[in-house]
Design a protein around this ligand. Structure first.
Ligand SMILES: Cc1cc2nc3c(=O)[nH]c(=O)nc-3n(C[C@H](O)[C@H](O)[C@H](O)COP(=O)(O)OP(=O)(O)OC[C@H]3O[C@@H](n4cnc5c(N)ncnc54)[C@H](O)[C@@H]3O)c2cc1C
Length: 372
């Protein structure tokens, strides 16, 4: 590979909610797109991971999408249009957003490796190599599906798939399906698949915590605070559901009424034809659907050695976006900011702090003063 590297001050990696928010704030702080900052995105189109989500995930069935800073989603889609697929609506919004603020997004470009080179960072991609003074990493989780290991997994003769691969319930017609996981996606799959499958079995490691009533803004803040506390201590963030529980929605009630919400404990073993529990009970299944979440897609940052021995990363800064081991590196959409609202705020905090840290703040305010 050539040693020539394209020099830039700040590189944003990833073009989902978190990356766009960071780019918007860098632009607002007066940095010149293309000269002082750039955004690289691996996805073929605008929309971050939303463009890959299954067709039955609509604006009605998602949790809630928060507006990106500076432009309302309602400008692109009427709030009443709840049946529209999230995989179409959100990408349309992100595309309009990138155009409105003329954000310098280069895609599809995959960042393969980021390593230290003295005072700069070297960023190797499947296209050019870049040399940056700081990075804001916003690569999400979609590319890192998490499947826990159970003995016998490699011997199973049926089909195993993850949330990442789910498309439509019709694929499961007449099949015996075990759905693993206690999150919102697992429940949506159970709802859809139980209508067409020969049999569904729902298993979770811990009994799911359902709660009555809406999830309030206060609940949200408390959940985020707990995850933030974890990452400030260098612990692995943990899933959002592990701190929020599952709200009892009309869809959940309807599942209860249909008798499909029968949670079973986790099996301990996978056989060639099914699953086995610790007491020896067995069930034959055709499909194991792992709705077991994602981890953060950070492998390209491995050379920076940000991780502690336990695998966590000590985070610091106003909203815990700055990697304590290398302050030139911010992670947004990670830990407490792994939601659309969190990603928005984190983008702003990371942009402001990194610009300050790199001493770009004075030049931007000087520039702004000249421009007036
Ligand atoms: C099924 C599902 C439903 C969800 N529903 C909601 C919801 O309703 N409300 C909510 O607030 N949150 C929801 N979330 C969480 C939500 O997706 C995130 O909070 C938010 O959209 C993530 O934004 P992001 O920018 O961090 O990541 P992403 O949207 O994943 O964007 C990351 C981008 O980085 C790119 N990328 C990855 N690796 C590289 C690389 N090496 N080089 C270059 N580019 C790279 C990807 O291609 C992608 O475009 C949901 C998550 C899932 C899995």
């Amino acid at each position: 590979m050539s040693n020539l590297a394209y020099k830039i001050d700040i590189l944003v990696i990833g073009g989902g909610q978190a990356g766009l928010s960071a780019a918007y704030h860098l632009h607002r702080l007066g940095l010149k797109g293309g000269k002082e900052f750039l955004l690289l995105d691996k996805s073929p189109e605008p929309g971050g991971a939303w463009q890959f989500r299954w067709p039955s995930l609509t604006m009605k069935t998602i949790n809630r999408l928060h507006d990106l800073p500076g432009m309302r989603f309602a400008e692109v889609l009427d709030p009443g249009q709840t049946e529209v697929r999230a995989a179409e609506a959100v990408p349309a919004y992100f595309r309009a957003y990138e155009q409105r603020f003329q954000l310098p997004v280069y895609r599809p470009v995959t960042v393969r490796l980021v390593c230290g080179r003295g005072e700069r960072l070297r960023i190797e991609t499947d296209h050019e190599t870049f040399s940056a003074r700081g990075i804001i990493n916003a690569t999400g989780t979609w590319d890192a599906p998490q499947i826990p290991y159970y003995p016998g997994r490699e011997l199973f003769q049926g089909r195993q798939m993850h949330t990442h691969d789910y498309q439509r319930p019709e694929e499961f017609a007449g099949k015996r399906v075990v759905i693993v996981g206690a999150g919102i996606s697992a429940l949506q799959f159970l709802d859809e698949i139980s209508r067409v499958a020969a049999r569904t079995i729902w298993v979770t490691r811990r009994p799911p915590e359902f709660h009555e009533g809406d999830f309030t803004a206060e609940d949200g803040r408390a959940a985020v605070a707990r995850v933030e506390e974890r990452v400030r201590q260098g612990l692995i963030p943990g899933s959002v559901v592990s701190v929020t529980g599952i709200p009892i929605t009309p869809a959940i009630r309807a599942m209860q009424d249909r008798g499909v919400l029968n949670r079973q404990p986790m099996f301990s073993e996978i056989t060639p034809t099914g699953i086995r529990w610790p007491d020896g009970r067995e069930e034959a299944v055709d499909v194991i659907l792992w709705a077991t979440g994602f981890r953060s897609a950070l492998d390209h940052l491995a050379p920076l050695q940000l991780r502690e021995e336990n695998g966590g990363i000590v985070m610091t800064g106003r909203l815990a976006t700055q990697a304590a081991r290398d302050p030139r590196v911010h992670l947004v959409g990670y830990g407490p900011s792994a939601s659309t609202i969190g990603a928005n705020r984190a983008g702003g905090a990371a942009a402001g702090e990194l610009v300050q840290f790199l001493g770009l703040a004075s030049s931007t305010s000087e520039r702004e003063a000249h421009a007036k």
